[in-house]
Design a binder for this molecule. Structure first.
Ligand code: DC
Length: 663
């Protein structure tokens, strides 16, 4: 996951390859709750691991469920409908799929078995309405207190001292969120011992496919709900949760929408293949496929897979009632940027009560890119501009905004996604998955170089900058050191240019989580040895060696960007870099830093010898005929003798920001 303040996507060009989707959020949290209420153990396969499921798992653990990981599977031992813990405070983040059903289940359990529970979440959760569910639970005789504003969390659920009135139909509104009905259906079997329980929906039920998921999963847990249309649902008398033993969570169909759109926009030769969800899906958002096809996508699919290619181009603008695909429909609003004409998405009032007011948020952010947007209470209209503007996209702690706007980078502009870690709600590795599939000309991938003499602190600075930007990192010194180490091991001398070049050309060097490996051996420590550094300085003076290592270094320039440190990053390897930093420090300061480094590792050292070595190495690096160490003409010169790493970083990041097009 990218845990950075912002992630800049370069302009992207094409896409191909396979993505395996993480599990569905809606299915995961429903399954967890049902398993938590059941008797016995349920083995859950392919569960989504994200913020929203973590919240549910934590709540279940607090309530006394046993949760054990075994390989990929999670074993959930449920409560069998009996409260093990009678008082608890549960923090549920911004997870509607945890807040609503837990409210219903704990209200019923507290009412029938005694108990006192407090449910709260992040500030936004306290702005998301839950009044319709509270009303339904109060009709039943549950004691539900709204601790802040009436009709909103945080809530207190406690014993009411009165018997439940489950014999009369429970009325619940269905036109604000279908999650209130889902919450009741999931929880009411807890109190169905005495007789049938009827639920009547008031108003037109929205997002029906999510209720279908609920009914489908209840059936898997032994509860067959009868229904008359979408107006009346009956939990049969004697209904009891029965664990299905094993249950498999299918891939998230809403998450699939970004990759379906990706195929439609950018898979112009080979398709994007999506695995984990397909024609057999129980999720309503699978019907996003039809909407994408209407806009021009070419789709093939089967059980558990979908393949998408670009068909009609530019895409076709559509007008669509999106009530059946409320979440995935956000992706259509971004696809509209690639269509000719105006796309109109209607019947999306529920967007206003989601993670953020999604209609307002989409309108603001689409306009930043230059699109024409008209918004209404329950619709949005998007008219693309011929050319977009680079934009910094605010994501409102809403995973779907971050994910769908990443696709705008295919319209020839860089796009900055603020707070990209918000995708953690449903798809923590979304950007990694996206970057695996997309291609762009190498010149579009931004590069920041940090060159300088040995022990100037360039490695520390460059890797910190790479981390702050979420970019790849190339320590080019390691490439020369690895060549030197390999040569030393087989006894090749520092003056044997031809043999050294052969070693360099076939160097089995790769990086694993930041550590250098030669073949299967982790050589991170071996490369730092002083004699290896000295040999590297000699080895690197040969033109044939430098040439042999050039391609390897260039290959580090990958989406989303690169920070490279060394001697000639800005002058020879990446002369077109977007920012070149030349980092220096006085010889005295550098000798002292190296001294402290060695001593802290328990390696004996002498400051004046170190300083002499340093100066000899500087002289060699600066005076060699090929790629000598020198600042690029347009380099930012930074002497960090008196600066902390943080202060140097700030200077570099400020200079970087000035060269970015996000204003
Ligand atoms: O940065 P370092 O100390 O790990 O580099 C080891 C040697 O490699 C250095 O003395 C010179 C050489 N080098 C180079 O010539 N060009 C680079 N881009 C990086 C390192």
């Amino acid at each position: 996951m990218y845990n950075v303040p912002f992630l800049d996507l370069p302009p992207l060009q094409s896409a191909a390859g396979t993505v395996r989707l993480p599990g569905s959020k809606s299915i995961s949290n429903r399954v967890l709750l049902l398993a938590g209420l059941s008797e016995g153990t349920t083995v859950v396969h392919d569960l989504l691991d994200s913020d929203d499921t973590q919240v549910m798992l934590k709540a279940l653990r607090v309530l006394g469920c046993r949760l054990e990981r075994e390989g990929e599977a999670l074993h959930v031992t449920g409560l069998g409908g009996r409260l093990a813990t009678k008082t608890a405070k549960l923090f549920l983040g911004n997870a509607g799929t945890a807040m609503r059903p837990l409210t219903a289940a704990l209200a019923l359990l507290a009412a029938t078995q005694g108990g006192d529970f407090e449910l709260s979440g992040v500030a936004r959760m306290h702005e998301r309405p839950i009044g319709d569910l509270v009303d339904a639970l109060r009709q039943l005789g549950c004691a539900v207190d709204c601790l802040g504003n009436e009709g909103y969390p945080p809530l207190r659920l406690h014993a009411s001292g009165q018997a439940l009135r489950a014999a009369q139909p429970i009325r619940v509104r269905g036109d604000v969120s279908s999650q209130f009905l889902t919450a009741l259906l999931l929880a009411l079997p807890l109190v169905a011992q005495a007789g049938d329980i009827d639920v009547e929906v008031q108003g037109d039920l929205i997002s029906k496919p999510y209720v279908e998921i609920t009914l489908n999963l209840l059936a898997r847990f032994g509860i067959v709900v009868r229904r008359e249309g979408w107006q009346r649902f009956t939990i049969p008398r004697g209904a009891a949760y029965r664990s299905p033993g094993h249950i498999h969570v299918e891939g998230d169909a809403s998450s699939a929408s970004y990759f379906i759109a990706l195929g439609a926009i950018a898979a112009d030769t080979t398709p994007v293949r999506i695995e984990g969800v397909g024609t057999d899906s129980i999720q309503g958002d699978i019907r996003f496929v039809e909407a994408a096809q209407a806009m021009g996508a070419q789709v093939a699919s089967g059980p558990g897979w979908i393949e998408v290619k670009r068909g009609r181009w530019p895409l076709k603008a559509i007008t669509l009632d999106c009530n059946h695909i409320p979440d995935a429909a956000m992706t259509l609003a971004v696809m509209a940027l690639f269509a000719s004409g105006t796309t109109r998405l209607t019947n999306i009032a529920s967007w206003r009560v989601k993670e953020t007011d999604r209609i307002a948020a989409m309108a603001i952010e689409l306009r930043k890119l230059g699109a024409g947007v008209v918004e209404g209470e329950d619709f949005i209209e998007v008219t693309p501009a011929a050319a977009l503007r680079p934009a910094s996209i605010h994501t409102y702690d809403d995973h779907r905004i971050a994910m769908c706007f990443s696709l705008a980078a295919f319209k020839g502009v860089p796009v900055r996604i603020l707070d990209p870690k918000c995708v953690g709600k449903t798809f923590p590795d979304y950007f990694e998955a996206l970057f695996d599939l997309v291609r762009t000309p190498v010149e579009s991938v931004p590069v920041l170089t940090v060159d300088g003499p040995t022990a100037s602190g360039k490695g520390t600075l460059a890797s910190a900058v790479a981390q702050a930007l979420g970019y790849h990192f190339l320590d080019s010194g390691a490439v020369y050191r690895a060549t030197a180490l390999s040569a030393m091991r087989i006894g090749v001398a520092a003056d044997d240019e031809a043999s050294l070049a052969r070693i360099a050309a076939t160097l089995p060097l790769h990086f694993v989580g930041g550590d250098a490996h030669l073949g299967s051996e982790n050589v991170a420590d071996a490369l730092r040895a002083e004699d290896v550094g000295a040999m590297a300085s000699k080895v690197s003076a040969w033109g044939a060696v430098r040439e042999a290592l050039r391609q390897l270094q260039l290959s580090f320039r990958r989406i989303p960007g690169l920070v490279a440190d060394g001697r000639d990053m800005g002058t020879v390897i990446f002369p077109g870099a977007d920012l070149k930093v030349f980092l220096t420090a006085s010889a005295a300061t550098r000798a002292e830093r190296r001294y402290k480094q060695l001593i802290s590792k328990g390696i004996p050292a002498n400051i004046s010898t170190l300083r002499a070595d340093l100066e000899a190495r500087d002289a060699r690096d600066q005076n060699r005929s090929v790629s000598p160490l020198k600042p690029a003409q347009d380099a930012l010169l930074l002497d960090n003798s008196a600066l902390t790493v943080e202060a140097s970083m700030e200077q570099v990041l400020t200079a970087w920001e000035q060269r970015r097009p996000f204003g």
